[in-house]
Each structure stands twice: as structure tokens, then as C-alpha cells.
Design a protein around this ligand. Structure first.
Ligand code: PLP
Length: 419
């Protein structure tokens, strides 16, 4: 496709965009009275307009029904979390029984590691990527220490080759193979938060299984962004936050996947609570735990329904649109953004180096050679919301739900005017 860096052309792409009407389903902050160009949907997705109603419904039910709301509310609270499975399953490529929402991301990974990181004398190492998101590093190191082991010894990091910006699948496979029978767990970020690289999750999962390890994925930057087939890939477990591409609201409840082969087991180590107990018998208050026959067995407390409400609202949009339509637009709008960046760089004699490899989702990470943080401030003051990482990398994620091709064109003009 031959793109053009003109307003007419960008408008033409917008007119052809089957998702163009969805921009109007979201609320945008304003700068100088104008709605912003929003590139940080990988950090906090925008608020869907229907979110408020879902929250209000619960606030009203609480006022009018009080405790009766658990069973009498229009969407009863006692099984509110079960409304998610059907809608979430296609987003991550799972069976509905394999997904649930609960807690927050790092908490879920800790809980899942209780089940899937069970080191023995012989098999105790974790393979992960270098420079993972800090929370993941803290989580894994503390898990290792919890088992009386030394993170220096038990955590094996796969590194990028010197001078390269992304990981090579062959290097990850080789590292897993090298750790071999000592490998208890492979746990990595499916989409790297820094460079936007999409790892070959299918191949890496297979490599982990081949050495007899459990394999889990942190899908913070993957859920709602890239195609996932967790069930088919035979992934053991995964978790993802919902406030990034899933547009559920700040700090909101996280998703969790447990492969069906682990369902219905009473003897699997797991931290348990009453919301994981057989729901038909939950209120009989029996002493012995009977796990729900699905991922809900990993639930602990009663569901935070006020928090879940905007997530459910957002999932209605995902259900309506579907991942394949989002991915199709994503590919096109990211390619258009890359084109615009190259055109502007040529015009102003700048050097914008995209460090995101071709295995990518919505995010482009761009090295702004020779530019300082003033450019970041300038963009923010001119209604472009982006994210800055030291030394001078900007991350641009034009979420296909609410970014337009015209936004990409206007972003280019704003950057050009800086020089
Ligand atoms: C955003 C993100 C987190 C955030 O963790 P919370 O528990 O939701 O605060 C963790 N890991 C990765 C890879 C992330 O991108």
C-alpha cells in the first residue's frame, strides 16, 4: 500500500475505516479545548462512555437493595465475575472455563506461581527475559526467596544480543534447552513493554514444555492488542491487567487463565478462599474446600463488583467488534504512523529510529536521536499524549478502538512544527 502524508488521504482512510464510529464511544481529555491525540492506550486505556452506566447500576442497586443486591440486582453480585468468561475467552484464545477476573495482575501472578512454581532440589530455575517490567522482577525474585532459594542462582535471564533491540526466539529456545531439567518455569511478558516486541509465544511455550517446565505468560501488553491462542498453545497459565488495551479503568481487576488440564483438582497447591469453592454449596458454609470446576477455583474473595463494572462495559465493545477487526485496523494504523514518522524525519532532517521489530502489535517505540525531553513536553503541551522513557525513547500506541488516521497525520504536523 502506498500511503500519503496529506490530510485528504488521512481522511480518506478514516472514511474507509469500519471501526471509525468507535472513537465516539470513548471519552478524551482535552488540551486547549481540543480532544487530545492519545498514544498511551498501552498504559491506561480511555474510558468507554458506557462505563459510567455500569458503575451507576451498581451504586443504585446498592442504595435500593442493599444486601439483597447479591441476589436481586439486575446483574446479581454473587456471580457478577462469571459474566466475564464468555466475553474474555475469545480475546485471549481460551475456553470460557479457563478464564476469570480477579485481583490485580501482580497479585494474580503470585497466586498462579503458588500452583505453577513448585521448585524441587533438581528442578528449581525460572527462565525469563532480561529487563522485564520491574513488578515482574520483584515478583519472581521474592517467590524464589520465599522458597529459600537465591534469585541469583534460580533466575536465568535471556538477553538481547549486543547492539540489538529485540529478543531472538532462537536465543530464548536455546536458553530454555540449556537450563533443561533444572527449568521449573518459563514466565515472560508476551509483548515487551519497552520495545513493543511480540514474542513467539507458541514456539516458546513448546520449548518450555519440551524440557518439562511449566509455562506462563504475563499478558499486560498483549491482551486486547495481539492475537492469542492460550488454549491451543497449551499454555499452563497467564494473567493480564485490564486497564491498558482493555480500557477497564485505573488499577482495575485483572484477568487470569488456567489451562483446563488443571481444573477440578483438589490436590494442586493453591491459596484458596470461599469464592473458589463450589458455587452451589458456597453459602452452606461447609468446612472442606471443593474447587469450582474451572479457573474460578483460583478466586479467593467475593468479587469487587464496583471495580468490575467498567471492565464489563468495555468487554461489551470487544464482543461487538472482535479481535480480528481490531487487529486488522491496528496493522494499518501502525503502518501509517510509521510512514508518517519517516516522512517527517526526512522533511526535518531528523533521525527517528523505530526499535520495535516487525513482530509487533499496537506499540511503536521510537528512539529520538539527538532529541531531549523538551520534545516530549512540547508534544504534551500541544495535545499529543505520549510516554517517555529515558534516555530518549517515546512509546506510541495508536489503539485501534479510538485513534484515527487523521490523528496520525496531525501528530506528524505537530512534530514537524517543532523543528
Ligand atoms: C503494566 C504491567 C504490570 C503492572 O502490574 P500491576 O500488578 O497491574 O500493577 C506488570 N507487568 C507488566 C509486564 C506490565 O506491563
Amino acid at each position: 500500500m502506498q500511503f500519503r502524508n496529506t490530510q485528504e488521504y488521512a481522511q480518506h482512510l478514516d472514511q474507509q475505516d469500519p471501526l471509525r464510529s468507535y472513537k465516539d464511544q470513548f471519552l478524551f481529555p482535552k488540551v486547549k479545548g481540543k480532544e487530545v491525540i492519545y498514544f498511551t492506550g498501552n498504559s491506561l486505556g480511555l474510558q468507554p462512555k458506557n462505563a459510567k452506566k455500569f458503575v451507576d447500576d451498581i451504586i443504585n442497586d446498592w442504595a435500593e437493595l442493599a444486601v439483597e443486591g447479591h441476589f436481586q440486582a439486575e446483574k446479581p453480585w454473587w456471580d457478577y465475575h462469571e459474566r466475564f468468561a464468555q466475553k474474555l475467552a475469545p480475546v485471549v484464545g481460551a475456553k470460557p472455563a479457563e478464564v476469570t477476573v480477579m485481583n490485580t495482575l501482580t497479585v494474580n501472578l503470585h497466586l498462579l506461581m503458588v500452583s505453577f512454581y513448585r521448585p524441587t532440589k533438581q528442578r528449581y530455575k525460572i527462565v525469563m527475559e532480561e529487563k522485564a517490567f520491574p513488578s515482574d522482577q520483584y515478583m519472581m525474585a521474592s517467590q524464589v526467596r520465599f522458597h529459600g532459594l537465591d534469585p541469583e542462582e534460580a533466575i536465568v535471564e535471556v538477553k538481547k544480543r549486543s547492539g540489538e533491540h529485540s529478543f531472538r526466539t532462537e536465543d530464548i529456545r536455546a536458553k530454555i534447552k540449556e537450563v533443561g531439567e533444572e527449568c521449573a518455569l518459563v514466565l515472560m511478558g508476551g509483548v515487551n513493554y519497552y520495545n513493543g516486541q511480540v514474542l513467539d509465544m507458541e514456539t516458546i511455550t513448546r520449548a518450555g514444555k519440551e524440557v518439562g517446565a511449566f509455562v506462563g505468560w504475563d499478558l499486560a501488553h498483549a491482551a486486547g492488542n495481539v492475537e492469542l491462542k492460550l488454549h491451543e498453545w497449551n499454555v499452563d497459565f497467564a494473567a493480564w491487567c485490564s486497564y491498558k488495551y482493555m480500557n477497564s479503568g485505573p488499577g482495575n481487576a485483572a484477568g487470569c487463565f488456567v489451562h483446563e488440564q488443571y481444573h477440578g483438582q483438589k490436590d494442586i497447591p493453591r491459596f484458596e478462599g470461599w469464592w473458589g469453592h463450589n458455587k452451589e454449596r458456597r453459602f452452606l458454609m461447609e468446612p472442606e474446600f471443593q474447587p469450582e470446576p474451572n479457573a474460578n477455583a483460583w478466586q479467593i474473595s467475593n468479587a469487587p463488583v464496583l471495580a468490575l463494572a467498567p471492565y464489563l462495559a468495555s468487554l461489551e465493545l470487544f464482543e461487538e467488534v472482535g479481535m480480528s477487526a481490531l487487529i486488522e485496523k491496528r496493522n494499518k494504523i501502525v503502518a501509517y504512523l510509521e510512514f508518517i514518522l519517516q516522512e517527517i524525519a526526512k522533511e526535518v532532517g531528523g533521525n527517528f529510529e523505530v526499535i520495535t521489530p516487525k513482530e509487533r502489535g499496537t506499540q511503536l517505540s521510537v528512539f529520538l536521536h539527538g532529541q531531549g525531553k523538551e520534545l516530549f513536553h512540547y508534544l504534551m503541551q500541544n495535545g499529543v499524549i505520549i510516554d517517555w522513557r529515558e534516555p530518549n525513547v517515546i512509546r506510541l500506541a495508536p489503539a485501534p478502538f479510538y485513534c484515527s488516521y487523521t490523528d496520525m497525520f496531525e501528530f506528524g504536523q505537530i512534530i514537524r512544527n517543532y523543528f
